[in-house]
Write a protein that binds this ligand. Structure first.
Ligand code: ATP
Ligand code: MG
Length: 325
């Protein structure tokens, strides 16, 4: 399965109904998918390490979904191997009064990762074209008439344009965006709500407010469709991930993130030749030899060459092992 089958970058028309909520993969394959996810998390960790060392590009992963679609679990599982120093997760809740007193992108800018890091938005500026649209909140904001005296379609077309400009701006300033919509079916959502009632350890997750929101399903789906159609772009594509099977969704999200990281192709910074030339002398000093002594330098050079070869072989062996599996 190729994650690009679920990618929308603004090319052609977008229709949500063409994107499945499940690929109905046999349960027999669950262990296989979990193994593939584990390999991918290792790969993400490897790439993230280089991203951090290089420090020139940042990655922003935006995750949007209906309740119980698995946002939290996806973040937990997909990012499990990554150095915590290289990732930050920002949750976007109902805006507080300070946030509401600013433009809607303000809090997103505050939450952006530094270059070299992966930032995860658990919900995002897209709430401002989803919940805000479904509940017509925009009509109640305190702002000048010129800002909202128009039809709903016009208002949200403007927001899509603002978001596209914002995301293009980020791209042009060293960020990659990966936008994920965890596409769950209403039936599977109901199953997960029921499990929150039936299973003691999940009781705390149950919220009747989530069930009320679910009653607005068709309106939300319309808002999602219009949002993805209006904001999928080459520099900030959407991935409409089938989310009814969590283990498939998690693997697909890891694939989308790897794609963005491989596109960046981060490399460990290389030292200048004149600095590298000093390494044998540094090594000689560290092992207690005289760094001024020619023989000690030769010995250090030989040790460095031997260890370079050793780590190359180790890497090759590891690559061979994982290609066999
Ligand atoms: P979980 O339920 O797993 O803790 P969650 O993301 O659903 O995660 P909640 O605190 O339940 O967190 O919900 C956050 C709520 O905030 C959502 O209902 C969301 O629609 C709402 N929200 C987020 N951004 C905005 C916004 N800009 N305007 C209005 N409501 C928003
Ligand atoms: Mg919630």
């Amino acid at each position: 399965m190729d994650v690009n089958a679920f990618r929308y970058d603004g090319n052609g028309a977008f229709s949500l109904s063409e994107f499945p909520t499940s690929k109905e993969i046999s349960k027999d394959q669950k262990a296989q998918y979990e193994k593939m996810l584990a390999e991918n998390t290792e790969r993400i960790a490897e790439l993230q390490d280089k991203l951090y060392a290089q420090g020139t590009e940042g990655v922003l992963v935006v995750i949007q979904a209906m309740d119980a679609a698995g946002k939290d679990g996806t973040i937990k599982h997909v990012m499990s191997g990554v150095n915590p120093q290289g990732v930050n997760v920002v949750n976007f809740k109902t805006p507080n009064t300070t946030e509401l007193a600013h433009d809607y992108l303000w809090r997103c800018i505050l939450g952006l990762p530094e270059r070299g890091k992966i930032g995860i938005f658990n919900r995002s500026h897209y709430e401002d074209v989803l919940v805000v649209r479904v509940h017509e909140m925009w009509k109640g904001y305190k702002w000048p008439k010129r800002c909202f005296d128009m039809s709903e379609d016009e208002f949200f077309a403007k927001r899509f344009k603002q978001i596209n400009n914002f995301e293009e701006y980020l791209y042009e300033n060293g960020y990659r965006l990966v936008k994920i919509f965890l596409n769950i079916s209403k039936e599977e959502q109901a199953n997960r709500f029921i499990a929150r009632i039936d299973e003691k350890d999940k009781n705390w997750k149950f919220s009747i407010g989530d069930v009320d929101e679910s009653d607005l399903w068709p309106k939300y789906m319309q808002a999602y469709e219009s949002m993805i159609a209006g904001t999928g772009s080459a520099c900030a594509p959407w991935y409409v991930i089938p989310a009814d099977q969590k283990w498939v969704a998690r693997w697909l999200v890891s694939e989308a993130i790897i794609q963005a990281l491989e596109d960046i192709d981060p490399e460990y910074p290389k030292l200048a030749a004149d600095e590298l030339e000093k390494f044998p002398a540094y090594r000689a000093r560290l092992v207690g030899d005289d760094p001024e002594d020619a023989q000690a330098i030769e010995k250090a050079k030989a040790a460095i060459a031997k260890n370079v070869e050793k780590s190359k072989k180790k890497k090759e062996k590891k690559a061979k092992k994982s290609s066999k599996e």
